[in-house]
Structure formats: C-alpha cells, structure tokens
Design a binder for this molecule. Structure first.
Ligand code: NAD
Length: 319
C-alpha cells in the first residue's frame, strides 16, 4: 500500500484516478479548491472509509505545504490546474499563477517532505504546437512549441521537474495527455467536445461543428489514462511520455460515432472555423509502451457508449 496525494482530485481525471488508487488498496489524500471540480465526483471515494481524505485547499495556500509535510505521501499525482485555453488567453497571469507557480509550490512541498515521486499531468495536445502532417503521430523528440498561455504554463513545469530531479533527486514522470474523454467530463466548458456533444445529443439538441469538421484529435479514454498514472508511480522516471492512441479522429467521424451511440438522427449544424484551433493532432504512444508497459485499450465506440450511458443516467435522474 502506498500513501498518495492527488492534487485536482475532485476533477474529471483526478477523481477517476482517485477511485482507481483506492480500488488498488492505496491510501489517498485529495487536495482540491473545487474551482472546477466537484465533490459529486468523489461520491464513490468517500464511501471507501478511512483510506480516503479530502482537503478543500488551494495548492497556492501556505496550508498546502504544511499538509504535505504532515501527511508525507510517497507519491504526488499533480493534476490541479487552470485547464482552459480561453481562460489562459483572457487571464494569463492567473493561468501562470495556478499552473506555473502552483506547480512550483507542489514541487517545493514535495521536496521538503521527501516525497519519492511526482507524476504530472502535462498537455500533449498543446505541448507540440501545430505539428506538420508528416510528423503525426507526434513522438516525444519533436520540438515543443505551445501556441497559447495555457500551453506555456503546462510546459514550463516540465523544465522545473527536470531541474528538481537533478538538484534535489525528486523523481518525476510527466504524462503528456492527448484529448481525454469519459464520464464526469464537464459538458459546460468550451473544450471537451465529447462531453458537449454527448450532453446535447441525449437532450435531443443540435450540435455545432466548427469549420469543415475534418480537423482531427487523438481521443483517449479516461480509464486508460488513469492506468498510465498508476503505472507511472513506479516507472518512467525522468521522462515525458505521450499518453494517446496514435489515431486521428475527425470531428465529423466523432459526431457520427456519438450520434450512433445516442440513437440520434439529428444532423450537426455548421459554424465558422475557430481561429487558433490546431488542425490535426495525434500522439505516438510507443515510448509509454516501452517505459510503462502501457497501451490504450478502449476503442472509441466503447468509450463513447460509456459516456452516453453516464449522461443518460444523469439527465434522466434530473428530469
Ligand atoms: N482533459 C484533458 O483532455 C486534458 C488533456 C491534457 C492535460 N490535462 C491536464 O489534466 C489535469 C486534469 O484535467 P481535467 O480535465 O480533469 O480538469 P478539471 O478541471 O476537471 O480538473 C482540475 C482540478 O483542479 C482543481 N484545481 C484548480 N486549481 C486549483 C488550485 N489552485 N488548487 C487546488 N485545486 C485546484 C479543480 O477544482 C479541478 O478539480 C489538468 O492538469 C489538465 O491540464 C487534461
């Protein structure tokens, strides 16, 4: 049994990771300021008894350092972040405060409490900027070139982690996540197209596809992603590892898969292309396979069916 601390553990990915760690028998402390996360995501975790503790706390607060010193986790999974690209464009100082300084505070707390390892949720969708078509799927040796303040604020912590490893011996693995989807993803933000489309289709409301719909993304299912986090607790030290499927899925195809799963015949509406959107993206998962023994195993159709089932349960319950 390992004592773990999950920052951002009330969020979409963090709460799914918390459930997984508890199911494996670990002790889990969750730190979350509930700015975008929700206690409802932790309903399952809270029923698991004494091995789970929730701390309503900002990673930027002095109490956070004190908490890490007191709880002395062996592994810190750092997922707390300002996770919206548009917010980062509108409020770059706030974005950097949470994502850059916040991560530095996590590293400082981890170093003083002699934490063995930090596993970091990096952003593979923004880290490499706009890749050339011939470089897809993108491997980790490709140059970094984020196009938004969010991309920069999620990239900078990787350099700090490399430096902390060298200076202080604090081990880390940075998982560069593709487009994660699954139950619990917030359908009310601007990103998370699977959650947004699923919610609208189940409510029989039309979805808008921006541009020609032939832009592509790499959709990776949340259970596969948290499996990579769990593996990275013990493996992949000092590395950035892509966590994606390597497959490109166009928005048009994604819509088709979601509409089929929802049993909807609604045609999508079309809107203007959004400036700043990356055209095509997919991440090569080979390095994660070598160093973590990790592979994505959930086909898009299965993952999407799980999302539709969960939205149906929620929407049905609220009616
Ligand atoms: N969802 C994706 O496709 C994706 C892709 C790449 C990287 N990521 C990264 O994965 C992580 C989790 O993303 P998510 O999609 O679950 O987002 P989310 O918004 O659901 O989770 C983030 C959590 O962090 C919490 N938080 C924010 N600021 C905090 C602070 N100062 N102190 C404490 N808690 C704070 C929020 O309340 C929320 O619960 C983020 O670091 C994000 O950048 C996500």
């Amino acid at each position: 049994m390992t004592r773990c601390l999950v920052t951002g553990g009330a969020g979409f990915i963090g709460s799914t990771l918390t459930d997984r760690l508890l199911a494996e028998g670990h002790e889990v402390d969750v730190v979350d300021d509930l700015s975008t996360g929700s206690l409802a995501n932790l309903a399952e975790a809270r029923s698991s008894g004494g091995r789970f503790r929730f701390h309503h706390l900002d990673i930027g607060a002095p109490d956070f350092h004190e908490l890490v010193a007191r709880r002395r986790p062996e592994v810190v999974f750092h997922l707390a972040a300002q996770a919206s690209v548009p917010v980062s464009v509108a409020r770059p100082l706030f974005d950097a405060e949470v994502n850059v300084l916040g991560t530095l505070r996590v590293l400082e707390a981890a170093r003083s409490a002699k934490v063995q390892k930090v596993v970091y949720a990096a952003s593979g969708g923004t880290l490499y900027g706009e890749p050339d078509a011939e470089d897809l799927p993108i491997a980790e040796h490709q140059p970094h070139g984020p196009l938004s303040p969010y991309g920069v604020s999620k990239m900078a912590p990787i350099d700090y982690m490399v430096t902390y490893r060298r200076l202080h011996g604090l081990e880390f693995t940075a998982l560069a996540l593709a487009n994660v989807y699954g139950p619990r993803q917030d359908p009310h933000g601007e990103s998370g197209v699977v959650a947004i489309f699923a919610e609208r289709l189940v409510r029989n409301e039309p979805c808008v596809i921006f541009g020609d719909g032939e832009d592509t993304r790499d959709y990776v299912y949340v259970d596969d992603v948290v499996d990579a986090f769990a593996r990275a607790a013990r493996r992949g030290g000092g590395l950035v590892l892509n966590i994606g499927t390597g497959l490109q899925t166009s928005t048009n195809r994604l819509y088709g898969v979601l509409a089929a799963a929802a049993g909807s015949r609604l045609a999508p509406q079309r809107g203007p292309a959004r400036p700043g959107d990356v055209r095509c993206n997919a991440l090569d998962p080979d390095r994660a396979s070598i160093h973590l023994g990790w592979k994505p195993w959930t086909p898009l159709e299965d993952g999407v069916a799980a999302v539709i089932a969960s939205v149906r349960g929620r929407v049905g319950a609220s009616r």
